[in-house]
Design a protein around this ligand. Sequence first.
Ligand code: NAI
Ligand code: MG
Length: 495
Amino acid sequence: MSVSLSTTIKLPNGIEYEQPLGLFINGEFVPGKEGKTFEVFNPATGQVSASVHEATETDIDIAVEAAHEAFYNGPWSKLTAAERGIKLAKLAELFEENLQILASIEAFDNGKAIQLAKGDVQACIGCLRYYAGWADKIHGKVIETGPSSFNYTKQEPIGVCGQIIPWNFPLLMWAWKIGPAIATGNVVVLKSAEQTPLGALYAAKLTKEAGFPPGVINVVSGFGRVAGNAISMHPKIHKIAFTGSTLVGRQILKASAESNLKKVTLELGGKSPNIVFNDADIDKAVEWINFGIYYNGGQTCCAGSRVYVQEGIYDKVIEAFKKRANKNLVGNPFDPEVFQGAQVSQLQFDRIMSYVDIGKKEGATVEAGGARHGDEGWFIQPTIFSGCTEDMRIMQEEIFGPVVAVAKFKDIDDVVFKGNNSVYGLAAGIHTKNLNTAIEVSNRLRAGTVWVNSYNSLHWALPFGGYQQSGIGRELGKEALKNYTQVKTVSINLD
Ligand code: NAI
Ligand code: MG
């Protein structure tokens, strides 16, 4: 089947735009060498929305060659750090000018509510601008070892970086990956998730407008086991950044070990505890536990999917949470009032519904939801299970949907034990008015981020990443620059 390199899409909110469909390699949209394409779906209806070109191993080779050439010989290699920053800032500006379109593509492709999609694009802009600012502030040190030598270090870029992103925040993950990699002078081959390639391609078009030379940013659509595997095995890619499931994270590490020991950073799953103490402001805490789990339809790596409530207020919190969850507006992602759109795919929908069945069979009480929402598309009611115990699968496994498991706890020791009773360690929430409780518990929890009287409050300046099986390395903030630089020590003999 021959598919053109772009198509006009009319979105449900009336916006009409030209959607690129090709692979963005060496500054151009091109068809895949094997002529393969695949369909993407609108999660709100389950209907096909577009067919995009698929990258196979040959296309990854071509993209890596283009990136390699750009890094070593192209104009990119001669730009000053300040010039790199200016281009990133220009890209941020283009995201701003295209906010409406980008957010609409995101809602259409992923099924998320347009109000959240706009927030995602705003966070992309913040992130790209933040890293634009870092570009010319990366430098090494002079290190004294004695009078007979002069030593200094340089922070050098790694070269060709492979970046594999998931479907839950397609544009935001694009920006989290591209920002620090480009600020530090690298070149990238980024693969979007097969469920959500549209925004990544539109953003690729913006990189051209921003003036990035060909080959610096390559963006391909394709499947994990084909294009993703080719990236993680590639001998000329020396760094890989992955966000997605813990299962695939292991495969990426293995591929690195079996190929060229490329440096690996992983941002993986979680089963994060969100803890409410007796002294918490109940209304506010309920607002945060609601936001903690139902934001982005629960398809959030740091979702507060285990809620622990202290026994003194347990019944009150359940009552209030039930009321609050039932008020979340679920439905048409393009309705500006809607908070929770559709789940991304039939597969994810089925997976989440199977966990709803598991929870019921395990004997947890359904306090809210527990069924699909509507009869078309992949919508699920905000679901609360109460009376959960540590041995239940719904307390241990990542569901990645609008389903939360609630349990009771006695005191700090009890909740620290339970909170840490997980193979993961991405995030945690603590709701209390007592500063000592907040600090003690945040110190004792094994989690990369702890929110106090808040939840899901990410910011591009704050490092984000996991303890234990939630990942390796940190994204965002100054920390992320480490992922994309290597230290060169130069020692000059003065004798
Ligand atoms: P996944 O981990 O399979 O997909 C994420 C990305 O990895 C996609 O771009 C995919 O094409 C790529 N990929 C898949 N297999 C690969 C391989 N062998 N080599 C290289 N790249 C590969 O996640 P999936 O299957 O879409 O979702 C399954 C579960 O994973 C979810 O239910 C959720 O629990 C978790 N997940 C966590 C995310 C997070 O933000 N930490 C994001 C997406 C999924
Ligand atoms: Mg998978």
